[in-house]
Design a binder for this molecule. Structure first.
Ligand SMILES: Cc1ncc(COP(=O)(O)O)c(C=O)c1O
Length: 427
């Protein structure tokens, strides 16, 4: 029965909704009540809709393939020719010559692995992998910033999560010595701030401690490594990493996920992982789209090359005007904005100048380390990137010290105090 106290969202209720018990009411009221029933992200995302001249760097369509008519055509043709195909779970798709299996073989070959399994999303790939291979007596060592789906998988497996310091192979080695063999899980390229994992050292630590290792290549696949095969292949570690996962939502610009590994581990995963058993597989026309996308990634290396040129140009340009972008590598460039107020200020200052990145704040970042992330793509022009650098420079010249390298911050703020320009704010 609904208690009279603590029902802060109740005044928003109209009809057709059962009254919440107190614990649900308490959970939803924090993020919703302040903005009349809308989530804070819902409200803030509506603030800055880019105009036609906006430079938008917040999608993960790194290779600019989301709108490619060749991919749309491949999907449409498949759909018209064969309909959806069976909407059933992967375990029931047994025909070894079907499109699912052919795509899995193709993907495995590209990543220089024995086999692969197609999952419904990167999230599903990670949670399913943990759920299938970890268990309540298994220790899982996760980089503090490993993707949420890997953590979620540990909970699903009821395994024991042991976090280690971000990108710190020494800390990992110490923890493995203390807690024993288990599974090590890291991202190859961290999506929030663009850090690359020190994979050589992490793999060495995992091997020394008798651990299996999972590397999430969601943000590196298609963009890094030979033919876009990812960072594990770039470093020649494919025979030493047990599992790789890839969300097809970034360079492939679609919905789907892959798990890659040895033939025997993949056979087990395909028939034992809960998302493979209890949820419907991707559909045939989606696979036709993936195939066409892989053709384009193979045949048009200029996309990857241009992406590399763009990210170097932006990072160098931002560094030249004083910003600290040393943590970011590859196509994700992050400016640390700090607290909520400074982050909102910086985002608005950029938006006023027609530049749009993504805001990341807790729980996606540590407290007080919010950031604006620019995710680059191969279609951005030199003018777009020049405008971005000029906008950041202008914000700094008006007195902001947000995101500056410490030397630049001292230069920009004589005497250690913030200049009181109309847009000034310090972090
Ligand atoms: C590192 C990482 N892994 C996994 C995922 C999940 O992928 P998907 O969007 O395909 O479910 C994401 C996506 O946001 C990600 O950034």
């Amino acid at each position: 029965m609904q208690s009279a106290k603590a029902a802060p969202c109740q005044h928003l209720k109209k009809h057709g909704a059962a009254p919440n018990p107190d614990f649900i009411e308490a959970a939803v009221s924090g993020p919703l009540d302040r903005f009349a029933g809308r989530h804070i992200s819902h409200v803030t995302l509506g603030w800055d809709q880019p105009g036609p001249d906006g430079v938008v760097m917040r999608s993960n369509d790194y290779l600019s393939l989301a709108g490619d008519p060749r991919i749309a055509r491949a999907k449409a043709e498949e759909l018209l020719a064969h309909g959806h195909g069976d909407a059933i779970s992967r375990v029931f798709v047994h025909d070894r010559n079907d499109a699912h299996r052919a795509f899995e073989h193709r993907f495995a070959e590209l990543l220089r692995a024995e086999d692969a399994v197609l999952a419904m999303s990167g999230y599903n790939a990670n949670t399913g992998l943990m759920q299938a291979f970890a268990g309540k007596d298994v220790v899982v060592y996760l980089d503090h910033r490993a993707h949420a789906s890997l953590w979620e998988g540990v909970s699903a497996a009821r395994a024991r999560a042991i976090p280690f310091r971000h990108n710190d192979a020494g800390d990992l080695a110490r923890k493995i010595r203390h807690f024993g063999p288990g599974i090590v899980a890291v991202d190859a390229l961290y999506s929030t701030d663009g850090h690359v994992a020190p994979l050589v050292d992490i793999v060495a630590a995992a091997e020394a401690g008798g651990c299996a290792i999972i590397v999430d290549e969601t943000h590196s696949f298609g963009c890094q490594g030979p033919g876009g095969a990812g960072i594990v292949v770039e470093l020649g570690l494919e025979d030493r990493v047990h599992f790789r996962t890839v969300g097809l939502s970034k360079a492939v610009a679609a919905r789907g996920g892959m798990v890659v590994g040895s033939a025997c581990n993949m056979e087990f995963f395909r028939y034992e992982a809960f998302p493979m058993i209890f949820s419907t597989s991707v559909l045939g026309y989606e696979i036709a789209g993936f195939d066409k996308t892989l053709d384009i990634i193979r045949d048009e290396p200029w996309r990857r090359e241009q992406l590399a040129v763009n990210q170097r140009f932006l990072r160098d340009g931002l560094a030249d005007v004083g910003y600290d972008v040393t943590r970011s590598d590859r196509q994700i460039v992050a400016i640390i904005t700090g607290g909520f107020e400074d982050t909102v200020f910086f985002r608005e200052a950029l938006a006023k100048r027609g530049i749009f990145g993504s805001v990341f704040c807790p729980p996606a970042t540590p407290k007080g380390a919010s950031l604006i992330r620019f995710t680059l793509n191969c279609s951005l022009t030199a003018t777009d990137l020049d405008r971005t650098i000029a906008a950041c420079d202008d914000i700094r010249r008006k007195g902001s010290t947000i995101g500056l390298a410490s030397r630049a911050r001292v230069r920009s703020v004589p005497g250690g105090t913030t200049r009181n320009g109309p847009e000034s704010r310090s972090n």
